[in-house]
Design a protein. Structure first.
Length: 193
């Protein structure tokens, strides 16, 4: 695997190194040792699959507040997506900056999303599947979200027009920076006590 740093601190694009032969190729998609060498969490506790029937489906933007340490390794295993993260860690030098990358099943690349970042994606093809590997268990009581098109982030999604999304994602209120910082810091303080 090759790790390419993104502009957001702690987030990495993970590229495979295929070993081809006449049958196709074989490659490693996960290696705890290599993640440790990169300074990343090496323990996966949960894996999930998202199936998306239509091109233009948007899921996100989601994250968990501390004390969750939910990092995600996100890969597209069928089709293509535009994957986006927003740094929602108030003390980070890239706070409220975003990064987007196309992930495609044919490349088997992935995006490592560290804890404290909002995450979402838009499908670029019909019948797309997204595979998540998480470093902490899902905790619904710590889950928060932001609207996919919130002007506070300035994300430029590749597809416009009729989008497929659920009401929760479509109707998140505008991002309130002060309220977010209060909630994040309170949750972080509770974790350290």
């Amino acid at each position: 695997m090759r790790f390419r740093e993104t502009p957001l601190k702690g987030a990495w694009l993970v590229e495979i190194e295929p070993h081809p032969d006449e049958r196709g190729y074989f490659t490693r998609l996960w290696c705890a040792r290599q993640f440790e060498q990169q300074g990343l969490p090496s323990r996966i506790v949960q894996a999930s699959l998202s199936r998306n029937l239509r091109k233009g489906t948007v899921r996100g933007m989601h994250m968990q507040l501390p004390p969750s340490q939910e990092g995600k390794l996100v890969s597209c295993v069928k089709g293509r997506i535009y994957d986006v993260i927003v740094d929602a860690r108030p003390d980070s030098p890239t706070y409220l900056h975003h990064f987007g990358a196309e992930l495609a099943a044919e490349r088997h690349d992935a995006l490592y999303v560290p804890p404290g970042m909002l995450h979402g994606f838009q499908t670029l093809e019909d019948d797309t599947e997204v595979f998540y590997q998480m470093t902490d268990f899902h905790a619904p009581e710590l889950a928060i979200g932001a609207r996919w098109n919130d002007p506070a982030f300035g994300i430029r999604w590749p597809l416009g027009g009729e989008l497929v999304m659920n009401d929760r994602d479509r109707n998140y209120p505008n991002f309130d920076r002060e309220a977010h910082e209060r909630a994040y810091r309170a949750a972080s303080a509770a974790r350290s006590s």
